[in-house]
Write a protein that binds this ligand. Structure first.
Ligand code: NCD
Length: 305
């Protein structure tokens, strides 16, 4: 039985196949309408979510399946003290596949060891977010027609941003990738990722506190929100939250074919005036999330169309 706990659970070839499948679903949605008839997806969300949970649910519904689950820990038996292991053991009796988001790093991994059905990590604390990464890879591929030979800038909260950790890990498996890390000193990319992913794979990278230093070189700019819920004290959050605000002025030195991404939700870090710039693709990115999750559900359920 396959799970998706981190991106490296999938080979590069399997990721390519998923992206191709997502492209086919976009081109021929009617082919997939009944693919998951009588199958059920459980969404177990112990942390807030809009896009991830709803795109998972929309994905299963568009495949002709059904969904069940909860959207906050308070409405599940976790509030009574039930363990993650017991919860997933139980939900395995009711669903064919589980998508779980949890504030504790490693909770979906624990769940996958106990569950009798495939478990998908829908975000675990400040660690990983593999289905956002599939969404991001599909988006980069659709916008740029390649996943290699490009400079990708990550800007914002690189310390707690799990989408950043997962995407850097995934990109490090492609040729010719250069990375620019833009963050306040307090929110730098964790050193274990620099050491185990960037250095080990020989990925060229620079770190800076100033976005304008790297803007002209970027092919992709991945903006992120300062992750308020992971801070130990509110004063630090308030001090750092508006470190970067992307505006049309700041984009003046950017490439004409820059791809501007953001996993969303956005708080303040991209001014709404940027939304009408054709290079802004974060809402297309959110839509891509549904299609790539459809492809993933089919793969984990072993359904061929
Ligand atoms: C991200 C997450 O939950 O990590 N959101 C998402 O899933 N699209 C990013 C964030 O919350 O800032």
């Amino acid at each position: 039985m396959r799970n998706l706990i981190e991106n490296t659970d999938l080979s590069v070839e399997e990721i390519d196949e998923l992206l191709e499948k997502a492209d086919d679903i976009i081109a021929n949605p009617e082919k997939y309408r009944d693919a998951c008839r009588y199958k059920k997806l459980a969404t177990l969300f112990f942390e807030p979510s809009t896009r991830t949970r709803l795109s998972f649910e929309a994905a299963m519904l568009e495949l002709g399946g059904s969904v069940l689950g909860f959207s906050e820990a308070a409405s599940s038996s976790a509030a009574k003290g039930e363990s993650v292991s017991d919860t997933v053991k139980t939900v395995s009796c009711y669903a064919d596949v589980i998508a779980m988001r949890h504030p504790k790093e490693g909770a979906p991994l624990v769940a996958s060891l106990k569950a009798d059905v495939p478990v998908i990590n829908a975000g675990d604390g400040g660690h990983n977010h593999p289905t956002q990464t599939l969404t991001d890879l599909l988006t980069i591929h659709r916008e740029k027609n390649r996943l290699n030979n490009m400079t990708v800038g990550f800007c914002g909260d690189l310390k707690f941003g799990r989408t950043v950790h997962s995407l850097i890990t995934a990109l490090s498996r492609y040729e010719g990738i250069k990375i620019a890390l833009v963050s306040p000193l307090e929110l730098k990319l964790p050193s274990y990722i620099k050491k185990e992913i960037l250095k080990r794979n020989g990925i060229e990278y620079i770190q800076t506190t100033h976005l304008e230093n790297v803007m002209p070189q970027l092919d992709v700019l991945y903006m992120t929100r300062v992750q308020r819920e992971r801070f130990f004290n509110e004063d630090d959050y308030v001090r750092l939250k508006d470190s970067y605000i992307l505006t049309p002025e700041k984009l003046q030195t950017a490439k004409a074919d820059l791809t501007i991404m953001h996993p969303l939700p956005r708080v303040n870090e991209i001014s709404v005036e940027v939304d009408s710039d054709p290079r802004a693709c974060y809402f297309r990115q959110a839509l891509n999330g549904k299609y790539v999750r459809m492809a993933l559900i089919l793969k984990l359920l072993g359904i061929e169309v």
